[in-house]
Every structure is written in C-alpha cells, then in structure tokens.
Design a protein around this ligand. Structure first.
Ligand SMILES: NC(=O)c1ccc[n+]([C@@H]2O[C@H](COP(=O)([O-])OP(=O)(O)OC[C@H]3O[C@@H](n4cnc5c(N)ncnc54)[C@H](O)[C@@H]3O)[C@@H](O)[C@H]2O)c1
Length: 274
C-alpha cells in the first residue's frame, strides 16, 4: 500500500533492534511511503548486526547513539541533516529499558540507581532529543515527533514496575515540549499508547504472554499489532494530521475504554456469590 504519504520527507527512526521491533515496522512502512531517513540505536544494540538488514532494505544509513548521551544525540541530528540533505520532518522515539524489570526487582524494593537509569533512558531521552533538535533548529515547520508509550502511565499494572513512572514522565514531556515547540516552530509532538506487543522490550516483562492474552480478550478489536502501529505512525508523520499535537493517542483495539467484555466475564460464569 504505497500512497507516497511521506514523499519528500526526511526523518530519524530510533529503536529498531530486530524485525519484531515496532520501530523496524515503522521504518519499512515509512520507506514504502516514500520517506528517506536515518536509523539509530544504542551502540551496544548494533553488535547484534540485525539493523544492517533494515538499513539495506530501506536504503538508510545507521548512526549509533546512546539515548543518554547529549554528545551522541547532537551527532545524530547533525549527521542526519548532512546525510539527508536538510532539516528533518519526522522523528520516532522508540526507546525503553528498565534494569529493575530485567533483574526482577520488586516495585516495593526498587534499586534507585537503576530507577534513575530507567527514567534517563526511557523518558529524559525524549527531552534530550527534543532539546537538541530545538537548539540546532533541526526540524522543519510542521514536523512531527512521536514517542511510544503504554497505558501503565495512567493506570496501575503491577508487572510494569518502574517503567510506569518513566512512561508517565514521557507523556508529560510530550505535552510540555509539544507546547514550546508548537509555539516556536509549529513542530508537533505526540505519543502513541500501544497494545502489548511481542518484542524484545515487551517480552522482558514478567508474565507478558498471559497479560498479552488478557489484553487481547479485553479489546473489542483485539490487541493492535506492531504493523498497524507502524501505519498509524506514518499517518501521524504525514500532512494528514497537521493539527494534532501534545496528545497521547491510544492505539490499542479499544482496550483503554472497555470496561468488560463477554469473553472475559464468561471465564467467571458459574461462580456463586458468597
Ligand atoms: N512491546 C510492547 O508491548 C510495547 C507496548 C507499548 C509501548 N511500547 C514501547 O515501544 C517502544 C519500542 O519498544 P519495542 O516493543 O519495539 O521493543 P524493542 O526492544 O524492539 O525496542 C526497544 C529499543 O530501545 C533501545 N534502547 C534501549 N536502551 C537504549 C539506549 N540507552 N539508547 C538508545 N536506544 C536504547 C533498544 O536497543 C531497542 O531497540 C518502547 O518505548 C516501548 O516501551 C512497547
């Protein structure tokens, strides 16, 4: 489905680790729609080498950048503008990581050094990227910045641990920076709150598969796929969504506004009142 929705647009896509990554799918769809872009990920993630396949497929160059390093981020924007031949029109922040989650630390006993790292990588990085782009004037008027988030920013999901705080901060940065960038340069900043998705980051969460099935049963359309998320990102990068900014938009098959589904209730049928 190529409608050239992004023809003539230049972008930066972060966070494509392997073919399951949401960012990977966004890169494929953006390429199909005529965009040119650079790809970026943490230098350590490059070791897997998977991203080279995506770069080849989409005719993109890779710029390693640790989301916590101001120097790396500045290089990312400067090099991207150099390679792509001008300011950029869209930017995808698709980055999240918690060592507390990875180590299985209980929420009630968080390691605070790791908590700080979670916030730095998963939330402050968006501010750092926006701030660098703002200072370098790296994004064209009407440009679109997107970050990926999860509903645990608003509601409690015990297994999501300190990532809940990171996503709450991420979404707040979307609003606060979205205001500043909108006023100054008409640049749009939004977040997409995605269904549970089977990726490296998603799969790192305890009990992910069970929860994936639960969320699927609680959504009238079922869980929204990574492919559909990528299409939505393309729409948000395109000129079809010019008036949308500072929003957190659910892409979740209806999960966030569903109270109950018959499918889930049936599982409790036959249980007597006590
Ligand atoms: N998978 C889900 O269920 C789900 C649901 C909602 C939102 N999200 C969000 O989507 C985004 C993408 O995650 P994904 O599910 O595609 O998983 P993923 O593991 O494929 O992507 C996460 C990316 O973050 C990158 N990253 C980690 N630390 C970094 C650092 N210091 N610097 C630069 N990059 C770094 C990783 O290398 C990886 O490419 C994340 O923000 C995630 O929280 C995922």
């Amino acid at each position: 489905m190529a409608n050239n929705l992004l023809k003539g647009k230049r972008g930066i896509i972060t966070g494509a680790l392997d073919e399951h990554s949401i960012a990977w799918k966004v890169a494929e769809r953006a390429h199909e729609q005529g965009a040119v872009f650079t790809l970026s990920n943490a230098p350590i993630a490059m070791r897997m080498g998977e991203i080279n396949k995506l770069a080849e497929k989409t005719g993109s160059q890779i710029i390693p950048a640790d989301a916590t390093s101001p120097e790396d981020i500045e290089i990312l924007f400067n090099k991207s503008m150099e390679i792509l031949g001008g300011k950029i029109d869209f930017f995808l922040h698709s980055i999240g990581m918690s060592m507390n989650v990875r180590k299985g630390n209980a929420y009630t006993e968080l390691n605070y050094d790791l908590f700080y790292k979670t916030i730095d990588i998963s939330a402050m990085s968006l501010h750092r990227m926006l701030s660098t782009a703002y200072r370098l004037d790296a994004i064209n008027e009407g440009g679109s910045v997107l970050a990926l988030t999860y509903i645990a920013a608003q509601r409690t999901y015990p297994f999501y641990n300190d990532m809940s705080e990171a996503k709450a901060m991420l979404e707040s940065i979307v609003r606060s920076f979205g205001y500043q960038y909108g006023k100054a340069k008409r640049v749009r900043v939004n977040s997409i709150s995605q269904s549970p998705t089977k990726t490296k980051a998603g799969g790192g969460i305890k009990g992910f598969n069970d929860f994936y099935n639960y969320a699927d049963a609680c959504s009238p359309l079922g869980n929204a796929s990574a492919d559909d998320c990528a299409q939505f990102c393309v729409a948000m990068f395109s000129d079809l969504t010019k008036g949308v900014t500072m929003q957190n938009i659910y892409h979740d098959g209806g999960y966030s506004t569903t109270g109950a589904t018959e499918h889930v209730i049936e599982k409790f049928s036959g249980e007597a009142f006590s």
